[in-house]
Design a protein around this ligand. Structure first.
Ligand SMILES: Nc1ncnc2c1ncn2[C@@H]1O[C@H](COP(=O)(O)OP(=O)(O)O)[C@@H](O)[C@H]1O
Ligand SMILES: [Mg+2]
Length: 376
């Protein structure tokens, strides 16, 4: 008798590891072009699961990842926290080449450790804050206070980022960094923060326009066009981590105009959401095209501003808030469908494209949204 016969067939064009908003918007872009996607997420009602087929499972479970790989022509991700080793094992289980993954496993492994990322940038002499592993106070003293300390793995929205202006501050934080896994870097007194979506693929490479970004409590708050050009340093940053695909490159600009790389994300990025409404190719569509080796579109469009919609305390009816925001002509509301709205959580965003004071319009629309959402 024959043993169990496992039939695996590629039925999806693209697998996406992670079912958050970045996965959801990538899937929307793929669906628009008639392509089929499968997402993987522990939550059966994740933002991505609400709009298409999804496999329920832990993101670090090699067997679940292998299932995605087996049924998808190509696989990409929407966060950099999935252990590269889990994906490597999954490729072996599925009998697939490691090249099935965009952005590439070595690139992912480099990026998911913020210290490795800094070292990769340093190897190509890409300007970035000086950094080292944080083992003792001496490491911070070697850089000079004030310093910023960061969890090497898993940090986002400022969750793994702390400031220390002197030894006392750093001592007070010892409970967090004392057991290891942190880096220390020089505090950069930047004038402003910028971001560039840059891409490298078999059909070409390039970058979207440089945007100015404002973080509030370490969470991206506003994104709008600016006069600086960070494309060259962003492309060098991507080169330093050796990947293929779409990357969000966060930059610091100093008073004298110089640019430093803060961090690189190997996926669509919050600072690229403006491209959903700018009239040209969106970051998500370019991401899908890159993953599938399709011809790329020139990243050109109208000036567009974005305001993030974050979870608030004591929120009410979403539909009332949507209706209020749409009172602002030109406001385009995007909502991710997250089940739970926790204060500070990214729930959606508003874009305004075109001429005039579009930043003021995006902020006004957001005020209208929050006003109606939190009204009692
Ligand atoms: N070296 C630094 N000097 C000054 N501010 C910093 C530094 N590193 C990070 N920050 C601030 O903290 C924010 C979050 O840090 P970041 O490294 O981007 O972590 P996350 O992964 O949470 O986005 C940055 O956008 C910036 O505002
Ligand atoms: Mg960041």
């Amino acid at each position: 008798m024959l043993g169990a016969l496992i039939i695996t067939a590629v039925v999806y064009d693209l697998g996406i590891l992670g079912g958050g908003q970045l996965g959801r918007m990538s899937i929307m872009a793929a669906q628009r072009m008639g392509l089929k996607c499968l997402s993987l997420d522990p939550d059966a009602e994740s933002p991505a699961a609400q709009i298409g087929p999804s496999l329920v499972g832990a993101l670090n479970d090699p067997s679940k990842i292998a299932s995605v790989i087996s049924s998808c022509g190509r696989v990409t991700l929407e966060n950099e926290f999935i252990e590269a080793d889990a994906i490597r094992k999954a490729c072996r289980i599925a009998g697939a080449s490691e090249t099935v993954l965009m952005p590439g496993l070595d690139c992912l492994a480099t990026i998911q450790d913020k210290l490795n990322q800094r070292e990769a940038l340093a190897r190509l002499n890409v300007p970035a804050p000086r950094a080292s592993a944080l083992g003792s106070i001496v490491d911070a003293e070697a850089l000079g206070f004030p310093v910023v300390i960061k969890a090497r793995f898993g940090g986002y929205d400022g969750r793994g980022t702390r400031y220390a202006k002197d030894v006392q501050d750093l001592e007070a934080l010892r409970g967090e960094w004392g057991s290891g896994g942190w880096l220390v870097e020089e505090f950069v007194p930047f004038r402003r923060e910028l971001a560039v979506m840059a891409y490298v693929g078999e059909r070409g490479s390039g970058s979207f326009p440089t945007m100015e970004t404002v973080q509030r409590d370490h969470v991206c708050d506003l994104v709008y066009p600016c006069d600086a050009d960070g494309s060259a340093i962003a492309m060098r940053a991507v080169e330093s981590v050796g990947g293929v695909g779409l990357f969000g490159v966060e930059l610091f600009q100093l008073d004298d105009g110089r640019l430093l790389v803060n961090e690189i994300a190997p996926r669509p990025h919050n600072t690229g959401h403006y491209s959903l409404d700018w009239g040209g190719v969106s970051q998500f569509e370019q991401h899908v095209r890159l993953a599938l080796g399709l011809p790329l579109a020139p990243p050109k469009g109208e000036p567009t501003c974005m305001a993030n919609l974050l979870g608030q305390v004591d929120t009410g009816e979403y539909r009332a808030a949507l209706a209020a925001a749409l009172e602002e002509p030109g406001a385009r509301v995007h909502w991710y469908g997250k089940k739970e709205s926790r204060p500070g959580r990214k729930m959606g965003h508003i874009n305004v494209a075109g001429k005039g004071d579009i930043l003021a319009a995006a902020k006004r629309a957001r005020e209208l949204f929050y006003g109606a959402w939190t009204a009692r």
